[in-house]
Design a protein around this ligand. Structure first.
Ligand SMILES: [Zn+2]
Length: 502
């Protein structure tokens, strides 16, 4: 049990209110004592007791309203034209179909601030991931493990990894993975937006919890072929092939979950999570937040007073492949179905008083994938090979950067959980497969577990034991079999704690 645990603060009067109450109390007392008329000491004592009682009752009442506050921020994170998408796509950005955003919020009043940030990017890895967390953490006045950054994983959007970028620069490929100047400026802009938001933080008194089944979006990559063999070939737009369109849905989590934060009767923010890859089609150079971002923006237009934030859940093995043929019309249909899921989840919302927020983090160590193609020598050869394609060399740099992280720096992954009492929010690394969020829900069947995927993304796919047993392999896989056992352990450390009453 190595988790860092911040015990919740006892309810208390906000500093400002304490001060003003103390001032008015001393003024009242001074007035009573200085009064030269026939007011007796007994009367002053009565006043003293009355004010003390008033302070006690106000303290009890005010504490519920002012313990926790929430500050909302947003910033544009759209990549420039001629920028690499998905790390290794050959077609760079040709046009901006719709802008990319970072949407986030800061929770205040539960010890050091806790930050959530959902980014319309494909992946943020290694040094770049720490750069995001450290910059936002510094802006919020908190430490980096309390900054939960997640990419939504759209593919016409960037992958950033400062360690891989450094390796690429050494072989003359500076800027090929991503534009580092743009990246630094973007992180600074998001951090500034966060900092500016703090002065407009609003009290939060209640949580809203809602969920609804999403229809006809998600399907598992795994299909059983006619010869009985297993394939994980159902990609995002596989629906154009009748075999993939007709194959059973497979393992998914059909529920879209929404946690909302309220200031009394006014909803302030709704955060959604649904487990599916977010692409309808990609690789044509049209930068987009895709159907998930479009659904979020449509939902936002329903009511600008309630901030809408979307996170992708654990969806490494879930795509829209059964229902999507990659056409523009299908993108709009997927957007509509996800939007309907958000509305339906909202309609089921049940409000509960927000009485506690605690934060737990545990280090998660995942082994590097032991595969012939990922041996250090092989990766270095490809990285240096001028006859290889730029995309192959980028992939080698990414593999090497992650290998260095695991073997040389031995830097574990932060595995944080924000416990809201009635709900727990868990941030998973990389492309955790959907089985992981189902495991988390099973562990806390008594509660409302909200899973976010695509935190630290150096791992690529993170299959469960069952998927490794099916001999899953992919060039976007950097973790070894056995990851499930480690993640189960981490989940137990952050989820199965004191918040359960015996
Ligand atoms: Zn993916």
């Amino acid at each position: 049990m190595h988790f860092k645990y911040t015990p919740k603060n006892p309810p208390r009067l906000g500093d400002g209110e304490c001060r003003s109450l103390r001032v008015s109390m001393s003024l009242l007392l001074r007035k009573s004592f200085l009064h030269k008329c026939s007011r007796s000491w007994a009367r002053a004592k009565f006043l003293l007791i009355t004010v003390a009682l008033l302070q006690f009752s106000m303290g009890t009442r005010v504490s519920a309203a002012s313990d926790y506050r929430l500050a909302i921020f947003s910033a544009d994170v759209t990549i420039p034209l001629n920028h690499r998408c998905m790390g290794v796509l050959p077609t760079k950005s040709k046009k901006i179909v719709d802008p990319l955003y970072a949407h986030g919020f800061v929770l205040l009043g539960a010890g050091k601030p806790i930050v959530f940030c959902a980014v319309d990017w494909c992946e943020i890895r290694n040094g770049a991931y720490d750069q995001w967390r450290e910059s936002l953490g510094a802006a919020a006045g908190t430490s980096r493990e309390r900054v939960l950054v997640s990419s939504l994983h759209q593919h016409d959007a960037p992958v950033t990894d400062s360690d891989a970028a450094e390796l690429l620069e050494d072989v003359g490929l500076k800027g090929e993975l991503y534009d580092e100047k743009f990246h630094n400026e973007t992180v600074a802009r998001v951090a500034l937006a966060l900092k500016d938001s703090l002065s407009e933080a609003v009290p939060v008194t209640h949580l809203g919890l809602g969920e609804a089944a999403v229809k006809r979006i998600a399907s598992n990559r795994r299909v059983v072929r006619d010869d009985g063999g297993v394939s994980f070939g159902r990609g995002s737009s596989s629906g154009r092939n009748p075999f993939y369109a007709d194959a059973p849905v497979g393992l998914i989590d059909s529920m879209l979950k929404t946690i909302s934060f309220w200031n009394g009767e006014q909803a302030v923010l709704a955060m959604h999570s649904y487990a599916t890859h977010p692409m309808s089609y990609y690789g044509r150079g049209g930068v987009t937040s895709d159907f998930v971002g479009l659904a979020r923006e449509q939902r936002q237009r329903d009511d600008f007073s309630v901030k809408q934030i979307y996170f992708s859940g654990c969806s490494g093995d879930v795509t829209a492949g059964k229902y999507n043929n990659g056409s523009h019309d299908h993108r709009l249909e997927l957007k509509e179905r996800l939007y309907e899921g958000m509305v339906a989840a909202w309609q089921t919302t049940e409000k509960v008083a927000l009485k506690e927020i605690s934060f737990r983090n545990t280090p998660l160590t995942l082994d590097y994938y032991q595969h012939e193609n990922l041996k250090r020598g092989r990766l270095e050869t490809t990285l240096n090979d001028e006859s290889a394609t730029v995309e192959q060399r980028i992939l080698a740099a990414m593999g090497l950067a992650s290998r260095n992280r695991v073997e040389k720096r031995q830097q574990p992954i932060d595995f944080p959980c924000v416990d809201l009492g009635a709900a727990q929010i868990v941030l998973f690394p990389g492309e955790a497969f959907v089985g992981f969020q189902l495991i988390a829900q099973e562990m806390r069947a008594d509660s409302f577990v909200f899973s976010i995927g695509y935190g630290e993304c150096w791992t690529g796919y993170i299959p469960t034991n069952a998927v490794f047993a099916d001999k899953f392999h992919d060039s976007w896989l950097w973790v070894n079999a056995g990851a499930e056992n480690r993640i189960r352990g981490a989940l137990e450390r952050v989820l199965m704690t004191n918040s359960r009453t015996p």
